[in-house]
Design a protein around this ligand. Sequence first.
Ligand SMILES: Cc1ncc(COP(=O)(O)O)c(C=O)c1O
Length: 475
Amino acid sequence: MLWFPIDRHSTTSLVQQVYTNIRTLILSEQLKEHEKLPSTRELAHSIGTSRNTVTDAYEQLILEGYLLVRPRSGTYVAAGVVLKAAETEKRESDLADWLQTEQHDSRQFIDFRASHPAMDHFPRKVWGRLAKEVCYDSADELFGYRTPFGDETLRRVLATYLARTRGVACHPEQIVITAGATQGLALITQLLLKEGEHVAVEDPVTDEMRHIFSNAGANVYPVKADDQGIIPEKLSHHEKPSFVFVIPSHQFPLGAVLPIQRRIQLVEYVRQMNSYIVEDDYDSEFTYEGTAVYSMQGLDSKRVIYVGTFSKILSPALRIGYVILPYQLIDPFKELKWFSDRHTATLEQQIMARFIEEGHLDQHVRRMKRIYEGRRKALVAALKKSFPDLKIIGHAAGMHVVVEWKQLEVDQAFVDHCKQHQVIVYPVEQYALQKGYHTKQMVLGYGSLTEADIRIGVDRLHEAVSIFKQTTAPF
Ligand SMILES: Cc1ncc(COP(=O)(O)O)c(C=O)c1O
């Protein structure tokens, strides 16, 4: 006999109480799949309510799929209504373990991970003030759905900012604000990828970029990069790429600045192949030698799609990036963005617009440039002191350096050995699609490390290398 208590003094209705009790019994598997329930008359009698109360509760449970009626037989618990408890628990504990390991790692290890900005220097005070202002000042419409293009003010100030700092030639209507460069690149791939075509990608490249393209269905075609960046002669002249992906202002990871001759060659290539260049310009505000390198987009705004982000310049937590499109791609891109996530968070965009308009972005970039330059100098000085033979590769910009050993192979054994000395380094070979060209090179990111941590990290690396030399022969 089925029974549960009913509270006549509760503010919860009787129907709701019957419904909740039965639902809980089903979810805790005290009432099992295919089990028959008592008739409405029997249950009403046993719990002391009217038959209508039970009928209403049964009907709600039938509507939601927990119960089903078999004609001339009765009411049963439906199949497939319980999510197995063990699975949920396991997933939760896996996640907890993962989070714990991450926290544990970041306390104990010096992690030379690239592309992580200085989180300790986020301009919290100004951002917080602007956030409050935006929240109080904004018209009611701003709290509704907005256009997929993104906030109008942000696009306007961004167009001016990018023209001034990056030589980008665009009208605000060509800009779409995205959830970081990542979303921009994923949507571009969806938009441009045609059957039978590939995406030409400079090699090496970050594994994340490569995955963005392949997850969107692309066949990735590696195009070798040397100390000047992508080599245009290595592009396919037989098969058309949907687009060519490049980071011309500071190649990742090699740090090359693509010379104008190669830029022109690339533009001529995509014109001839009726294709596009996708330019990722993620960290080139931070240049420590010479002047800032201008974007490729300024060369041909019909063939170059420019992708930018605030992840490095400010913080990846904001998830604000942007894509600058040739006119013919604006409408189809806008549609993809709308059906992907409607639009990027409006209030954050408004805060960003004010942040730029009031001059805080320029100020922040100037300040961060000094900080990153200091970190870079500390890293290079410590490396030169500990390893006089080590070659530093690439343009002095961004938040990482690439170094090349004379003899040492930066393989998994070496990386594991470094971990034992509480220092994490990244082989360039890990980013290479065509293997075997970068085996002696490694990436050292310094963006999120203080100068003191950098020095400790290099000391640990020195210790690790000395022991590695003794244990591996010949060296
Ligand atoms: C080459 C490159 N471009 C862009 C980004 C920025 O991505 P997002 O704007 O989605 O944070 C990254 C992130 O690490 C990157 O490595």
